[in-house]
Design a protein around this ligand. Structure first.
Ligand SMILES: Cc1ncc(COP(=O)(O)O)c(C=O)c1O
Length: 390
């Protein structure tokens, strides 16, 4: 069982939590508060750990203007998933050269729109997509996304849907050249919230083989490795710290590529934003399912459809904090909609204090990323999750 052990200071600096709480106390639930200074600090830390890398913020993690402009001003680049994200980012004054189209699944007309706006770097993992890029974005740089291991050690795996086997990736880079594109590099994503740093080692090993084979067999010199996201945020289960991730990943890179590294791109989302946020919800109802049931059901005014979709299969286990203290008891935690899928935690046993009451607030820690943008627009009439930026 958890939560009796959730302590604010394990997740937030006291001053940061105080700022968040002061704002939260003036608002009606549910909502997320994001401390932008924390985002800036995380960005600076990442730059400090990987001074040679180009950092492209994965906008999908949280597309708030407040965050895009903050990262824009700090010199970040952007990993873009759709034409809508591109328009948003460019309307905020980001130049096209700072954007890459990182989604391998895209319409030809959207590729064209990216090209017309000035984007010249595209991800791909299939022949059909590559041919679309060659037509709609002639002469552009392309990087190929490869499949990686690590599905079982990432809290939110991404590997199966995207990427292709390295043999196919080699063919695609050769085809890219033949189609007049610039075969530029290789990307992978080892899975979001990847707990096993070794996942990067295996992936970088594959990339090295690709670099060598393309150079030796067909004279193509790749120039870039995109290491994706997957860097950790702070949830219930602890991870290594960013410093350890960085030193290990740099060691893997140097082992395979020596001191003269190719261009390195990182695409962080979760690790920059998650721990800057606190989602605040209110207990709507507490009930038991029988006279003798040992478990209470705690229903809150936020659920799977209002920002907590990453609780699917209980994948992401957010630390849940309450100001009530005392003896705790096992609970099932569920959302407010009339959908029985709207249960966040049932198998993993959260504990909440016995004196928790209807109307009390729950503070969901590390909810800055992948919450607001996932929230449904009107399911059961509930409005999208609100967010406030300090
Ligand atoms: C292509 C790509 N890059 C980067 C990210 C961000 O990953 P993370 O949030 O693990 O940092 C994602 C997440 O879905 C992605 O799809």
């Amino acid at each position: 069982m958890t939560t009796e052990a959730i302590r604010v200071e394990d997740f937030y600096e006291p001053a940061v939590f105080r700022r968040i709480k002061d704002l939260a106390d003036t608002k009606e639930t549910p909502f997320v508060v994001i401390d932008t200074e924390t985002v800036g600090r995380h960005y600076d830390q990442l730059v400090g750990q990987f001074p040679f890398a180009r950092i492209h913020y994965a906008v999908k993690a949280n597309p708030a203007e407040e965050l895009i402009t903050l990262l824009r001003d700090r010199g970040a680049n952007f990993d873009i998933a759709s034409i809508y994200e591109l328009d948003k980012v460019m309307n905020l004054g980001v130049a096209a050269e700072r954007c890459i189209f990182g989604n391998t699944i895209k319409k030809a007309r959207d590729i064209r729109a990216f090209y017309e706006r000035g984007v010249r770097m595209f991800a791909t993992d299939s022949e059909a997509d590559l041919r679309n890029i060659a037509k709609a974005a002639p002469g552009s740089r392309v990087y190929v996304r490869i499949l990686t291991e690590g599905t079982h050690t990432a809290d939110w795996p991404l590997s199966r849907k995207f990427g292709c086997q390295t043999d196919m990736a080699l063919d695609l880079m050769i085809l890219a050249r033949d189609l007049g594109l610039e075969p530029y590099g290789v990307s992978f994503h080892v899975g979001s919230q990847q707990r096993d740093i070794g996942a990067w080692d295996a992936a970088i090993g594959k990339v090295k083989i690709m670099f060598e084979r393309l150079r030796e067999e067909v004279g193509i010199e790749l120039k870039m490795i995109n290491l994706g996201g997957g860097f950790p945020a702070n949830y219930i289960a602890k991870t290594n710290d960013l410093e350890t991730y960085a030193s290990e990943i740099i060691r893997f890179l140097k082992e395979d590529f020596g001191e003269e590294l190719p261009e390195i791109i990182l695409e962080p989302g979760r690790s920059l934003i998650a721990n800057a946020g606190v989602l605040v919800s209110e207990v709507v109802l507490i009930s038991r399912k029988s006279r003798t049931a040992l478990q209470r059901w705690v229903f809150t005014d936020v659920g799977k459809f209002s920002g907590l979709i990453e609780t699917l299969d209980e994948a992401i286990k957010y630390p849940i904090y309450t100001e009530k203290k005392g003896e705790v008891e096992e609970v099932v935690i569920a959302g407010p909609t009339c959908d029985s899928a709207d249960i966040m935690y049932e198998n993993y046993k959260y504990g909440l204090p016995l004196n928790l009451a209807i109307g009390d607030r729950l503070y969901w820690f590390s909810t800055g990323a992948y919450t607001t943008s996932y929230s449904a627009v009107e399911f059961n009439g509930f409005p999208p999750l609100k967010s406030y930026y300090i």
